[in-house]
Design a protein around this ligand. Structure first.
Ligand code: NAP
Length: 221
């Protein structure tokens, strides 16, 4: 399989890169300036792809001609919880997080969907924080809004790409020990990635655009 993963240089993205290389696939790993943990991987199946998903019309290196699996993993949280409170969150923060977390995956899919094989899968990483049904604590305006919008964008992609036999799902990785959570999550990257990879493997058991956690549970949104 040819697998393309954005934000592949650290955290969950790097975990996905290691998982799919380890299971014998060719991986195009997206990164911005810093290649991070990708520098330590010596594998002939690894292809580096510089791609800032927050920018329009990024000049890109060599892309795979055909893509079997596209994982939109790159994302930002924005300022810490305090900076996203009702009286503190600024319009520019709302826009910055939306630009990367929602428009980013849209940009990527606009550039790549014609390369997806029939039977291919696109997995967009949202967060349970973007589920309005799960929101009982309020706050975190920018991240919640951007991740909620991604679920909706992902559903439209699922409908629009179904005729091309490309299945689009949205994932929640759990609360994972990465830089984003300051390593305070409940589970390790390996457990989250192996759970999400199982869900991806069984993606067609779920409806197009379904929102699914790493443990296979569907998330209402
Ligand atoms: N960790 C969790 O508990 C959790 C929970 C729910 C959802 N998620 C989602 O899962 C995804 C991965 O999270 P993580 O925990 O692995 O986060 P992370 O450790 O903070 O890593 C974020 C990754 O996204 C990349 N990135 C950020 N902005 C980018 C841009 N404009 N263009 C390209 N790459 C960009 C980063 O690259 P740089 O190194 O260049 O910054 C890095 O590779 C995110 O979408 C996140 O919202 C995570």
């Amino acid at each position: 399989m040819n697998v393309l993963i954005t934000g592949g240089n650290r955290g969950l993205g790097l975990g996905f890169v290691q998982h799919y290389l380890g299971t014998g696939h060719d991986v195009w790993a997206g990164h911005r300036a810093d290649i991070g943990g990708l520098a330590d991987i010596k594998h002939s199946g690894l292809h580096l792809l510089q791609w800032d998903v927050g920018e329009d019309d990024e000049p890109l290196g060599e892309l795979p001609e055909h893509i079997d699996l596209l994982i939109n993993c790159a994302g930002i949280y924005g300022p810490g919880k305090d900076g996203q409170e009702l009286d503190k969150v600024r319009p520019a923060v709302m826009q910055d997080v939306f630009n990367v977390d929602c428009i980013g995956p849209l940009r990527v899919v606009q550039r790549l969907h014609k390369r997806m094989v029939r039977g291919g899968v696109i997995a967009n990483l949202s967060s349970k924080m973007g589920s309005s049904g799960d929101n009982s604590s309020g706050g975190t305006y920018a991240y919640r809004a951007a991740k909620a919008a991604l679920v909706i964008v992902s559903k439209s992609m699922a409908v629009d790409l179904a005729p091309a036999s490309v299945h689009v799902i949205t994932l929640h990785p759990g609360w994972v020990r990465t830089d984003m959570t300051h390593q305070t999550g409940l589970i390790d990257v390996e457990d989250s990635v192996s759970g999400m990879a199982d869900v991806i493997e069984r993606a067609r058991d779920y409806a197009p655009g379904a929102f699914i956690a790493f443990d296979g549970q569907e998330i209402p949104y």
